[in-house]
Design a protein around this ligand. Structure first.
Ligand code: SF4
Length: 353
């Protein structure tokens, strides 16, 4: 489809949303079956539409050439495919990371990132999509540009899955595919729980996108009740906990909305591992002369000793806040050394530009 055409479809779809028609992308596969039944369409149409949308990666009914033209017209009118449009793109110098700004039907925009990792001795190459779950974020982390912008709204399930589909279409054209999904973009995923779980169902369903739950990771700033609810879902999704410090008082400064103590968050993460058998990740954004001291590295090591986790150190990205400067390479390596010397599995996040 020509870019101009896609835009027209998007604009028609925007009007449909305004008169409260459901978007195709917001329906789970079970809901799609139910919806088509209300349109007096047979059940096999749901599987047919699912295959086109999530396996053949169609963006509109027009592409579904084995559907009668009259049915395509009817579906476009009654169950629009409101497709998010890429309005800007940035690429890292080495081409391994691409960030797109997707415009949603209501004009809001969200960022999604594709990170490509080369094969190593330890494993095959990966095509990881980092998706947003909210427009903005209410958590207000002082070192995060999104947190400083505040919260606008939750994304729907379809708005979440479309970020994956956007890159899946691009990769397909090159004979490649999305291998991993991380819910680590704009927003706190567990604060948009219902849409997140529905998006995961669509993405993992064999009638949907068909990527295994083990290839998805949810990052949370530590919403303990929702972590426990997630553990009870019986999904094999990975969990990453953005801890950033072992010290409760400092954490309150870095994550002003934090309601739970470090001990409560780690206890919930331990229980998640007990329920799923999956080792969790402790994310630690390193800020110069703040949470990157050797003393805090020692305390973190003591806290994590014997826990089934892995620490990911992330030199923080510069933002408008002058108080949250990125730790020097030397301090990052010293922090890593202290943790490793204490037997804590630790890596520094690979800079992807
Ligand atoms: Fe930023 Fe994530 Fe904190 Fe939200 S939870 S403010 S997106 S770091």
């Amino acid at each position: 489809m020509e870019r101009g055409q896609a835009k027209r479809v998007g604009e028609v779809a925007t009007l449909n949303v305004m008169i409260h028609k459901p978007s195709f992308w917001d329906l789970s596969l079970a809901e799609l079956r139910e919806h088509l039944a209300t349109m007096h369409l047979p059940e096999y149409r749901a599987r047919q539409l699912g295959r086109w949308a999530y396996r053949r990666l169609a963006e509109s009914y027009e592409e579904m050439t084995d559907l009668p033209a009259s049915l395509r017209t009817r579906l476009a009118a009654e169950l629009p495919m409101v497709t998010a449009l890429a309005v800007a793109e940035q690429c890292s110098g080495d081409g391994s990371t691409r960030k797109v700004l997707l415009r949603l039907a209501d004009g809001n925009t969200v960022e999604s990132v594709l990170m490509q990792y080369d094969p190593t001795d330890a494993g095959r190459g990966r095509e990881t999509v980092c998706v947003s779950t909210q427009v903005g974020c209410a958590m207000g982390c002082t070192f995060c540009a999104t947190g400083q912008q505040g919260f606008l709204r939750n994304l729907s399930a379809g708005e979440i899955t479309q970020q994956v589909l956007h890159f899946a279409r691009e990769l397909k054209a090159k004979g490649r595919q999305v291998t991993n999904i991380v819910f680590m973009g704009m927003g706190e995923p567990l604060a948009n729980y219902g849409a997140l779980i529905k998006a995961i169902e669509i993405l993992r369903s064999s009638d949907g996108f068909g990527i295994g739950a083990r290839r998805m990771t949810i990052s949370t700033v530590g919403m303990v009740p929702m972590m426990r609810r997630l553990a009870a879902e019986g999904l094999q999704v990975g969990l990453a906990v953005s801890l950033h410090t072992p010290d409760d008082a400092l954490r309150k400064q870095l994550v002003p909305t934090a309601r739970f103590s470090v001990a409560e968050i780690l206890a919930a993460a331990d229980d998640y591992t007990a329920a799923t058998g999956r080792r969790y990740t402790v994310e630690y954004a390193l800020i110069e002369q703040s949470n990157d001291t050797p003393e805090l590295a020692d305390r973190l090591a003591t806290l994590l000793k014997g826990r089934n986790c892995h620490v990911n150190l992330i030199p923080v990205n510069p933002t408008a806040n002058p108080e949250t400067r990125r730790s020097s390479r030397q301090r990052v390596l010293e922090f890593e050394r202290i943790l490793q010397a204490a037997g804590i599995n630790t890596t520094v996040r690979v800079e992807k530009g």
